[in-house]
Write a protein that binds this ligand. Structure first.
Ligand SMILES: NC(=O)c1ccc[n+]([C@@H]2O[C@H](COP(=O)([O-])OP(=O)(O)OC[C@H]3O[C@@H](n4cnc5c(N)ncnc54)[C@H](OP(=O)(O)O)[C@@H]3O)[C@@H](O)[C@H]2O)c1
Length: 277
């Protein structure tokens, strides 16, 4: 039997067990997937005892993503560019490999939900410069998006990202977040605003072109105020649950040997565990 887990602190909120156990059942695989609550000071020791605990792979969530990259024996290009790992696996020689599948998850979902989003002549607006923003920026740049306007409450964090991701990114002031929407083809919220327990994202969509795509990576609630406002005025809206489901695909394939499908039934099952705005 093969086993994998999600390692976080806290970890109870993670939807990864629901996703992976659904697929294990679906594909009749003799395997297990558990949640492991591991405090930061115990993370390195936990990884050392990974094989002894019977694990061949893991997802890593907050606050361990950067440390996972640092501790792995090797990391793929995405994990290196993003500066964090969310997927780990042991090879037969006992070496620990790291990947980051968040950019893959975001981009695959965007392609599925909003085909043709990539109008290179129009700028993309990205709000937020935290950990998730790094994955979104990496994905957009790899996909050949046009100019990216990056806005974050703490401007210095956005400026720091331009150093990692280059000149395609232009930092604008957070106070400009409404004005920059004129002429944009894609707006992405990567801040935690709009999430259950957080304030709403205060953003007026009045000047946003009606054919622009609006993506929110917040997935709890599934329908954020931003997505509801976008849909109400006729914009295509892409929710964060798809990103969460697609980022899980490469890990499951790596650990259990089957490339799983993201189906409407899986979406329904996971959506049932989410709250309302
Ligand atoms: N769908 C998925 O698969 C997926 C994957 C990863 C993350 N997420 C979601 O993405 C969100 C961000 O995650 P993260 O890991 O990037 O978090 P993070 O590193 O803590 O970054 C939080 C971001 O939100 C901004 N922010 C927080 N409170 C704000 C406020 N009151 N006003 C303006 N900006 C504010 C922060 O700005 P400052 O820099 O100024 O603090 C920062 O840009 C979370 O809701 C998370 O659940 C979804």
């Amino acid at each position: 039997m093969r086993s994998a887990c999600v390692i976080g602190w806290p970890v109870e909120h993670s939807r990864s067990p629901a996703i992976h156990t659904y697929w294990l059942k679906q594909y009749k695989i003799d395997g297990s997937y558990r949640a492991e609550a591991v405090p930061p000071e115990e993370f390195a020791a936990f990884l050392k005892s990974f094989a002894a605990r019977g694990y061949s792979g893991a997802n890593v969530t907050l606050p361990h993503k950067e440390e996972a990259l640092r501790l792995a024996d090797s990391a793929d290009a995405a994990a290196q560019a993003i500066g964090a790992a969310n997927t780990l696996w042991l090879d037969e020689a006992g070496k620990l490999h790291a990947s980051n599948t968040d950019a893959y998850g975001f981009m695959t979902n965007l392609e599925q939900q909003a085909p043709g989003w990539n109008d290179k002549k129009r700028p993309v607006v990205v709000l937020g410069a935290g950990g998730a923003a790094r994955a979104v920026l990496h994905g957009l740049i790899e996909a050949g998006a046009g100019k990216i306007l990056l806005l974050n409450r703490s401007r210095d964090r956005a400026e720091a990202l331009t150093k990692s991701f280059g000149r395609k990114i232009e930092v604008n002031d957070w106070s400009q977040r409404t004005d920059v929407l004129a002429g944009t083809g894609l707006l992405v919220n990567t801040t935690s605003l709009g999430m259950i327990g957080k304030p709403r994202l205060d953003l007026d969509l009045a000047v946003l072109p009606k054919d622009a795509v609006v993506a929110d990576i917040v997935y709890n609630p599934l329908e954020t105020h931003l997505l509801a406002a976008a849909r109400a005025r006729g914009n295509r809206a892409v929710d964060g649950l798809g990103m969460l489901l697609y980022q899980a695909v490469p890990g499951f394939e790596r650990w259990f040997g089957v490339r799983p499908e993201v189906t409407p039934e899986l979406r329904k099952q996971v959506a049932m565990t989410l709250g309302r705005q």
